[in-house]
Design a protein around this ligand. Structure first.
Ligand code: NAP
Length: 554
C-alpha cells in the first residue's frame, strides 16, 4: 500500500523505538550514548510498559529485585535501594521513572502515542511509522520494544456485553485502582497474575469465587524486606553478579543444582526440594539439572508440591482440585505468590472448577457454567493472560520488503534469526523477540543483551557506510529449527497447552516461541555472530545493489 504523506509532516530520526517499558528506556539511554537520534513512541500515559499497565493488587516480580534491574550504570545500581527481596509493581514503576529522570530520557519519549502500523520504504531504506495521533515518523532503524506480555487477552465469552457489574483484566488495570471492598468478586484464571492477586482480593471482598480451569503449581515467593547484609554483599560484588547472570542459564543469580534428580538418594532429593521450597519462587526449577528433561524427576518435584498443597489446604476436595495433574511442573510458567494456597482456607473463598463444567456464558449478574450453576458476582476479574511474544508485533503488522506483512511471514509461527531480526524486514530489531531467551530469562538481562547488540550493530553499519541489514532466509530457517530442536530436548515439547506455544489464543499457530538454550550460550552466539562480521546477515550499501540481489534470495 502506498501512503500519500506530506513530506513536511514526516518527522525524521535515526531510530524510532516502539515502547517505553524496560526495553525502550534502556534503548534510548544506549542509543543516545552512541549519538543516534531517537524518539520513543509509547502508547501508555507513562513509562514502564508491563509495570505501568499491570497494576493489579499484589503485582510483583518473581525475580529478585537486585537481579531484576539495569546493569548499565554502576552509580544507579549502587544508589538505588530496593525495599524488598522481590519488588512490587509500584516500586518497579518508581524505579523505571527514576531512571527516566536520572538520565534525562523523557525528552526523547513521546507518551500517549500508539504506533498502529509501520512500513519499510524500499526506495529510501527507511521505516515509516504511523501513530494513532495521526503523526508519521521516518527512521532508519525500527527498534521494536513492544513487550512480550503486553497484549491482554480477554477470552471471547458469550454475554460479557450484558454483564451489569464491572470487569477488569489484570494486564490493563485502572490507574486509579479498584475498590472491591464488600463485593462479590469472580476471578477467572489461576496463572501467575491470579495467584498473586487472589490472596489480596480475598482480604477485601465479601466473597471471592476463583474459576479454575487448569491448576498450576504455585511456589511461596518467600518475600521479605530487603536484608541490609544481602544488599551490601550484592553492591560490593555487583560487577561479578552481573557477569554471572549474563553467562548463566536464565539471566540471574539463582544457583542450579547440577546433579540429576536420579543421581541423588531419596533423602538428599527431599532435602533439596525442601531447600528450594524455602528459597521460594522459581528456585524450585533449579532443584535438579534434569527437572525439565526427565519426566520421572519432574514428577518427583511435582508430587512434592502436591504434598505441600495437601498439607496447607484443609478441605480435602479443594486441596485435590488445586493439585495440578497431567502437567509437568514448570512447563506452564511456575507461579510465585504469598499465601496462595492458604487463602483457600478462608470462609469467603470458593474454588470453582471450570475444567469439567466450563463457563457457558456471562450473564447480567455473573457467570453461568454449562451444568446450569450460576455464580453472582459484582465484579469480574479476567486474569486470563496475554497474546504473548507475537501479539504486539502482529498488531502493528509491519510491512517489509515487497509489501510482505509480518503476519503473513509469521502465519505458521514466528520466524526470526537470533530472535532479533526477521528476513524481509530490514533494519528492524525485535527486542526479546520469539527465538530468543526472552520470557525464559530475567527479562532485564535479556533486554540489555539485545539493546547492546542492536546499538553495536547500528554503530558497525555507520562505521562501514552500510544502509540496511537483514538476515538471510537460510540463517533464519536454521535458527528457527535450532530453537525448535532445543525445546524438543525438554518436557516443553510434550506440554503444548501453554502460552509459550501460543495455545491460549484461538487460531494462533501452536509453536514453541522462546529459546531454551540458555542465556549465557545465547549471548555467546549473538556476540560471535557480530564478531564474525554478522554471519547470517546481509547488508546493503546502495539501493541498486540491494534491489538486484534481493530477488530470489534464500
Ligand atoms: P496465564 O499464565 O496465561 O494464565 C491465564 C489463566 O487464565 C490460566 O489459568 C488459564 O487457564 C485461564 N484462562 C484463560 N482463558 C480461560 C477461559 N476461557 N476459561 C477459564 N480459564 C481461562 O496469564 P498470567 O497469569 O497473566 O501470566 C502470564 C505470564 O506473565 C506469566 O506466565 C509470567 O511469565 C508473567 N507474569 C509474571 C509475574 C511475576 O513476575 N510474578 C506475574 C504475573 C505475570 P488454562 O491454564 O486452562 O488455559
Amino acid at each position: 500500500m502506498q501512503d500519500e504523506i506530506e513530506v513536511d509532516a514526516v518527522r525524521c530520526f535515526d531510530a524510532i523505538v516502539v515502547g517505553a517499558g524496560l526495553a525502550g528506556v534502556c534503548a534510548v539511554y544506549r542509543l543516545r550514548q552512541a549519538g543516534v537520534s531517537v524518539r520513543v513512541l509509547e502508547a501508555g500515559g507513562g513509562v514502564g510498559g508491563t509495570w505501568y499497565h499491570n497494576r493489579y493488587p499484589g503485582a510483583r516480580c518473581d525475580i529478585e529485585s537486585l537481579d531484576y534491574s539495569y546493569s548499565f550504570s554502576d552509580e544507579l545500581q549502587q544508589e538505588w535501594k530496593w525495599s524488598e527481596r522481590y519488588a512490587g509493581q509500584p516500586e518497579i514503576l518508581r524505579y523505571i521513572n527514576h531512571v527516566a529522570d536520572r538520565f534525562d530520557l523523557r525528552r526523547d519519549i513521546q507518551l500517549n502515542t500508539r504506533v498502529v502500523r509501520a512500513r519499510f520504504d524500499e526506495a529510501q531504506e527507511r521505516w515509516m511509522l504511523f501513530t494513532d495521533t495521526g503523526e508519521v515518523f521516518s527512521a532508519k532503524y525500527a527498534i521494536m520494544a513492544t513487550g512480550v506480555l503486553s497484549v491482554a487477552q480477554v477470552p471471547s465469552m458469550k454475554g460479557l456485553e450484558d454483564y451489569r457489574g464491572e470487569w477488569f483484566h489484570t494486564g490493563d488495570w485502572p490507574e486509579q485502582g479498584v475498590d472491591l471492598a464488600g463485593k462479590r468478586v469472580g476471578v477467572i484464571g489461576t496463572g501467575s497474575s491470579a495467584t498473586q492477586l487472589i490472596p489480596i482480593v480475598a482480604e477485601q471482598a465479601e466473597h471471592l469465587y476463583v474459576f479454575q480451569r487448569t491448576a498450576n503449581y504455585t511456589m511461596p515467593a518467600q518475600n521479605h524486606p530487603m536484608k541490609p547484609e544481602v544488599e551490601q554483599e550484592w553492591k560490593k560484588h555487583y560487577p561479578d553478579r552481573r557477569k554471572f547472570a549474563w553467562a548463566s542459564g536464565f539471566g540471574h543469580n539463582q544457583v542450579t543444582n547440577h546433579m540429576s534428580g536420579k543421581e541423588m538418594s531419596a533423602e538428599a532429593r527431599l532435602a533439596e526440594l525442601e531447600n528450594r521450597w524455602r528459597l521460594g519462587g522459581l528456585y524450585m526449577m533449579r532443584a535438579f539439572k534434569d527437572i525439565l528433561t526427565d519426566p520421572e524427576v519432574n514428577e518427583i518435584a511435582a508430587e512434592f508440591v502436591r504434598e505441600k498443597i495437601r498439607a496447607t489446604v484443609q478441605d480435602r476436595q479443594t486441596a485435590e482440585a488445586l493439585c495440578p495433574r497431567d502437567l509437568y511442573i514448570g512447563t506452564k510458567r511456575l507461579c510465585s505468590g504469598t499465601n496462595y494456597y492458604e487463602t483457600f482456607n478462608r470462609r469467603n473463598v470458593t474454588l470453582v472448577d471450570v475444567k469439567n463444567r466450563a463457563i457457558e456464558r456471562i450473564t447480567a449478574d455473573g457467570i453461568l457454567l454449562e451444568d446450569g450453576s450460576e455464580y453472582e458476582v459484582d465484579a469480574l476479574i479476567f486474569a486470563t493472560g496475554f497474546d504473548a511474544m507475537t501479539g504486539a508485533m502482529n498488531r502493528i503488522n509491519p510491512i517489509g520488503r515487497k509489501g510482505r506483512a509480518l503476519r503473513e511471514a509469521w502465519a505458521a509461527g514466528p520466524q526470526t534469526y537470533l530472535g532479533l531480526c526477521v528476513a524481509g524486514f530490514p533494519n528492524m530489531f525485535v527486542i526479546t523477540g520469539p527465538g530468543s531467551p526472552s520470557v525464559f530469562s530475567n527479562m532485564v538481562t535479556s533486554i540489555e543483551q539485545h539493546i547492546e547488540w542492536t546499538v553495536a550493530c547500528i554503530e558497525h553499519m555507520r562505521a562501514h557506510g552500510l544502509s540496511s541489514i537483514e538476515p538471510t532466509v537460510q540463517a533464519q530457517e536454521d535458527w528457527t529449527r535450532h530453537v525448535t530442536e532445543a525445546a524438543g530436548k525438554t518436557l516443553y515439547a510434550q506440554s503444548r497447552n501453554s502460552w509459550f506455544h501460543g495455545a491460549n489464543i484461538p487460531g494462533k499457530p501452536v509453536v514453541f516461541m522462546p529459546y531454551v538454550g540458555g542465556v549465557g550460550n545465547y549471548y555467546q552466539t549473538i556476540t560471535r555472530v557480530a564478531q564474525s562480521g554478522y554471519e547470517g546477515f546481509r547488508f546493503s550499501s546502495a539501493p541498486a545493489v540491494r534491489n538486484a540481489s534481493y530477488a530470489g534470495e534464500t
